[in-house]
Write a protein of this length. Sequence first.
Lengths: 141, 246
Amino acid sequence: MRIFRIVNAVPNDHSNETNNDSEPSIAVNPANPHEMVITAFTQPDSGISNGPVYFSTDGGENWNLRFDVPGGMPRDQSVSFATTSNELYMAAIKAGGTQLDVMRSADPSTGATFPLIEPERSKIDQPWMQAATVIGGPDNG
Amino acid sequence: MPTVLELTRSSSLVFSGTVVERGTSTVPAVSPSQRLVVVRVDRALRVDPILGDLRGKMITVAATAPETLTPGQRAVFFTNSWIHGRGIAVREVEHVDVREEDRVAAAVGQLPQVHLMDRLKSAELVVDAEVERVSPVEKRSPERNVALWADAELRVRRVLHGTATQLTRVYFPTADWPPWTTAPRFRERQRGVFILHQPDRDRTLSEPTLEAGSLIALDPADFQPESELHRVEELLATIAAEGGSR
């Protein structure tokens, strides 16, 4: 029998928030399943210009909220880890609009930033991020 | 060096505190390093209410110049949130001598007025008015997360800035999803000061669906109760004396 534990990913110090943290996306690092990332319509704290992302480094036992995603209040987001490199890929639409940012982070926990890896695209809705290793051809690896 | 007001505006978490330790971390997810400083919060000056009372809590500060901070030193820290988990870690923007604490507190107290000033400067029309009628607007976009506009007909009692007809219409969102959740919602017989703007064609999908010349209210400060009328008039006079709206 499988046992599922429900874990509250919202950090204790944000327990007062009553926002609608809807439309989540979750990614588990295939190279290190202890690393997990969640995005949602979580609002940044007042005065913060970057958007939030949740991460866990212990298989989902404990969660942290990090305010480092460019673009402020997020709209649709999708996250996926690369197969072997531990890098996190994120597709995020900026608040209210249809501009899509595609980012890659070397460390979704604390260290690295979320630089854009492509020019912004417009008129996009509900992006879906999939990261895979190319086998063969000019993009091999 | 930026002014205290500029530092306050660019920092989401401002507090005075005492340096407890250097090179360590109070957040398990943040590894100790030389640039980190643990600071005990003595007085929270600008903190999102979600975080509650931070007095006495230890905060890990990623300092811009950790060598300038020594255990026991008191200072006012201008920071932005970095990691919230089992503990709080922030990135320092700047720190100033703790003797500046009251001046920083005054700057924090000014922030709502500074924001209101910004809204007034960018406003197309500012009126003292009463809502006569509120009607839903037919949804004009197939997109999700649209504003679900409603329009409020305002009976204008006095024009404070701009040009208005006696009956002016303002569009406001009724959607309860981002980015519309904090916009003012109007109801019939509501009286006060309405600070109205032109839609921004590039900001959201919903604003371009309104006809040219429409006026909207999106920011919580775009409606002020009647009791604030005098203050709004004073701010508009200040703006006019400084050279007018932008």
